[in-house]
Design a protein around this ligand. Structure first.
Ligand code: ATP
Length: 350
């Protein structure tokens, strides 16, 4: 278990700043997920920790040692890529042990480490096979096994599940979580998949444009997004945003309609954007609001009912099987204790 600390890191690629003045402390044993849209710099950041991309300024420390200019092989990390990058002519066993053999590790020690990793990843029966004789999920397990045998202090994962179908992805995701619980190693994991981020992370780092937008536990980031970008990026269907004003008593109004009652703890007398998540909109006969059904999306174990109220459109997560007709007017309530308010100009949480 080791900590990873990045200080004032800057990376410029092709003349463009990709990582800007980034500070980050990863605690020993943490499962830290870097989450953000395509092109936000997550992979570049991970590769810089691995030593595969040079930083232009700033410092990288791993396990308390300055690794800013260290060779990748000296950093004590194990890395798993999206593309499995296995040697096609080698068996599973040889793929897993390759790095150790190159490093001159004694045979008995290689055996011990390969057997241990194979048992953890249910690869015991496949050790003699070649990559072409494996499924995508099994190949990715081998790639994870190859990283595990290094018995590294820090493991880096770059979208390791992206090439797998939905079912396998979910299975391997659970295995990774169990693996982290067993090993207790520090893990840094890049994804643009919010379900992976929410389910795996001890803390999530949400990135945009080479900068950190928010760091927090999955619940923190989901329930108390620091800004509109984070609020809109996490959650499906996405949080609805309603532009309006807060009066002197903290009542929120938009489009001539009131959404929130008096509350002295809210900022007063200013414009604001109200953010409402679908699970906080409940269709119920005694609801305070009335909306018109504009779309219904059946999801199997629940349905998403889209409601229009004035100019605003809100999604409601419905867990009963009742059918809703387009144009039907229904009463609904909003869990006003769990809404978010943002500044319409800066986008920051109020
Ligand atoms: N070698 C390079 N030269 C120039 N630009 C690069 C280079 N590598 C990456 N970039 C650019 O840096 C930005 C960040 O890329 P990066 O791969 O880190 O993003 P990402 O968040 O991991 O995205 P994705 O989820 O699509 O992999 C992108 O705009 C990309 O085009």
């Amino acid at each position: 278990m080791a900590n990873v600390s990045l200080r004032k890191l800057n990376i410029v690629l092709g003349g463009k700043p990709i990582i800007r003045d980034l500070d980050l402390c990863v605690e020993p044993g943490e499962f830290l997920v870097l989450l953000g849209p395509s092109g936000c710099g997550k992979s570049t950041l991970l590769h810089s920790i691995a030593g595969l991309v040079d930083s232009d300024s700033g410092a990288i420390e791993i396990g308390g040692r300055d690794m800013t200019d260290a060779d990748p092989s000296e950093r004590g990390i194990g890395m798993v890529f999206q593309s499995y990058a296995l040697y096609p002519t080698m068996t599973v066993e040889d793929n897993m042990s390759f790095g150790l053999r190159i490093a001159g590790t004694p045979k008995a020690e290689i055996r011990r480490r390969v057997d241990r990793a194979a048992a953890m990843l249910q690869l015991d029966a496949l050790l003699r096979r070649k990559p072409a004789q494996l499924s995508g999920g099994q190949r990715q397990r081998v790639a994870i096994g190859r990283a595990l045998v290094r018995e590294a202090q820090v493991f880096l994962f770059d979208e390791p599940l992206s090439n797998l179908d939905a079912k396998l992805r979910a299975e391997l995701r659970r295995e990774l979580k169990l693996l982290h619980q067993t090993l207790g190693s520090t893990m840094i994991y890049v994804t643009h998949d919010q379900v992976e981020a929410m389910t795996l992370a001890t803390r999530i780092v949400v990135m945009q444009g080479g900068e950190i937008q928010q760091i927090g536990t999955p619940l923190d980031v989901y329930e108390r997004p620091a800004n509109r970008f984070v609020a809109g990026f996490l959650g499906a269907p996405a949080m609805a945003f309603v532009e309006g004003t807060l009066d002197a008593q903290g009542r929120f109004e938009a489009d001539g309609m009131r959404y929130l009652q008096e509350d002295a703890s809210r900022p007063a007398g200013r414009s604001a954007v109200l953010g409402i998540r679908p699970e906080h909109v409940a269709i119920q006969p005694d609801g305070d609001f009335v909306g018109e059904v504009t779309l219904v999306e059946p999801m199997g174990n629940h349905q998403v009912v889209w409601l229009r109220r004035g100019k605003a459109t809100l999604a409601s997560l419905v867990h009963d099987a009742r059918s809703y007709a387009l144009g039907e007017r229904v009463a609904f309530s909003i869990d006003t204790a769990r809404v978010s308010l943002f500044d319409p100009v800066t986008g920051n949480r109020l």
